[in-house]
Design a protein around this ligand. Structure first.
Ligand SMILES: Cc1ncc(COP(=O)(O)O)c(C=O)c1O
Length: 486
């Protein structure tokens, strides 16, 4: 007669599952040892017996036993058979009949850092997505991308580059990025001042790792980019929000904070303030740099969408005239595709070395094939051609967005057409709580107004991108948002 252990064991072997039978036997034995149902020294059924009980081939059981012996769970006891290894500890105190639950059902029995209540990523789902200023990925020719990847694979294989390598990124890409920053943004940099990152969020996180120690103070604007704040908090920073007006950050607030506290860094998006889109005025930039000199803090300059300026020439990044006070973070997500995860940090060489060390700790190195493919797109001029094309398309979509807003919202919304970037900042003259609750209930996906607020009393609004949707798609999505206000 079968013992109860054998009965419960055979119930867990199921030929219709995709896991091979021998592996199911291995897993079931380990789980029973782990749960204390099989104790060290106890005899296993012979392979013939277990095969009979389970109705499987004897060779399958032999294979499973061999694996379990090799792994140290079972040992062969000569002619007397196979036993549970004597060197395993007794699983005293564990209920014998309680097998470990599968990972999908297991709750952790250890401490870990939970994520914040509101996820940083936009909610998933099928409803229309009103992003915060993403490009339209559909505009990039997939054939071109495929061709670049293909040539990247060949190029990397030919030069034996499919190996572990420099954490700062591919030399050719660092050269290209440095050349672009010199010629288009006035930064006096060479490849040794560049570290390739996985997008600017990774750049912000790496900058945080090299700048911030637990307890340090970091200044952000009262309306800001939440994932950056989350990165500072993850490092144990204390966040000091500074006020914001139509010329940018209130420098008096920064000075006051520096006099009261040891400020390690300030996070800014001077080109197009996130989320309000306003550029930081030159005199404020200069006053901030004076404070950086006086108090020794670093400016993390997140220039996440520098490429898009529709009305006039953009101001130079702060890193162009004060490189010793700035860690400059940029990205190809908005120009090319967010999915490629290519960004960069430009900074003095010792900082780049520190950043590269953090890349080694967190990532080992970047993605060689993607870096090769992007280098190919830059070197063949395709990236420049794409930029020219999408700038024209986005300029039209920016105008269409403003028209749709006027048409559908009239004076229920306040906005200024952004000089650059890919998003509008909208202030509503309607109950924003109701608007957001209704819109979310209708399936619209967008960043909550709360996500931008580093301080409870900061102005509330929504940042809505205009570039990733066609005019018809925009009209439908904004119409839905309008209905949510009723
Ligand atoms: C202000 C700001 N910084 C950083 C990022 C991160 O972009 P990525 O990591 O894709 O370069 C974004 C993305 O929208 C952003 O808006």
């Amino acid at each position: 007669m079968k013992q109860s252990w054998q009965l419960s064991f055979s119930a867990r072997i199921d030929g219709s599952r995709s896991t091979p039978i021998y592996l199911q036997v291995v897993q079931a034995v380990i789980r029973d040892i782990e749960s204390g149902r099989l104790t060290p020294g106890s005899y296993m059924p012979s392979s013939r017996e277990l095969a009979g009980i389970l109705g499987i081939n004897r060779k399958t059981v032999v294979l499973a036993y061999e694996d379990l012996i090799a792994q140290g769970w079972l040992e062969s006891s000569g002619t007397r058979g196979t036993i549970v290894s004597m060197s395993l500890p007794e699983q005293a105190g564990r209920p014998r009949d309680m097998a470990s639950p599968p990972m999908g059902e297991a709750g952790p029995e250890y401490l870990f850092v939970s994520p914040p209540g509101r996820p940083l990523a936009l909610p998933g789902g099928r409803g229309p997505k009103l992003d915060e200023g993403a490009p339209d990925g559909r505009l990039f020719p997939t054939d071109l991308l495929a061709r670049s990847y293909k040539s990247a694979v060949h190029r990397a294989a030919r030069s034996n580059a499919l190996q572990y390598r420099d954490p700062r990124g591919l030399a050719a890409l660092r050269e290209s990025v440095a050349a672009m920053l010199r010629s288009q943004r006035g930064l006096q940099v060479a490849a040794r001042n560049i570290c390739i990152t996985r997008g600017s969020q990774n750049g912000i996180f790496l900058a945080t790792l090299v700048l911030v120690q637990p307890g340090d103070a970091v200044i952000v604007e009262e309306l800001t980019y939440e994932p950056a704040v989350a990165a500072f908090k993850a490092r144990g920073a204390r966040i000091l929000p500074a006020g914001l007006d139509e010329e940018g950050i209130r420098v008096d607030d920064v000075e006051r904070a520096c006099r009261a506290d040891r400020v390690r860094a300030i996070f800014l998006t001077p080109h197009h303030q996130f989320p309000t889109t306003i550029p930081l005025r030159p005199e404020r930039r200069l006053r901030l740099l004076d404070l950086a000199r006086q108090f020794g803090f670093a400016i993390i300059e997140d220039d996440y969408d520098h490429e898009y300026h529709f009305d006039s020439q953009p101001l130079l990044p702060m890193a162009a005239y004060a490189p010793q006070h700035v860690i400059y973070v940029g990205s190809l997500s908005k120009l090319l595709l967010p999915a490629l995860r290519i960004g960069y940090i430009a900074a003095p060489e010792p900082v780049i070395e520190a950043v590269a060390h953090m890349v080694s700790l967190t990532d080992g190195m970047g993605n060689t094939l993607t870096e090769e493919a992007v280098t190919d797109l830059i070197e063949t001029g395709e990236l420049r051609r794409h930029a020219r094309k999408v700038r024209q398309i986005y300029a039209r979509r920016r105008k269409a967005f403003a028209d749709v807003l006027d048409e559908q919202w009239g004076d229920l919304v306040d906005y200024a057409v952004p000089e650059g970037g890919l998003a509008f900042w909208l202030r509503f003259r309607t109950d924003i709580d109701r608007l957001e609750t209704n819109a979310a209930a209708m399936g619209l996906r967008f960043a909550s107004s709360l996500s931008f607020m580093a301080r409870e009393d900061a102005p509330r609004g929504l940042r809505i991108g205009f570039a990733s949707l066609t005019t018809d798609e925009l009209r439908a999505a904004i119409g839905q948002l309008r209905r949510a206000a009723d």
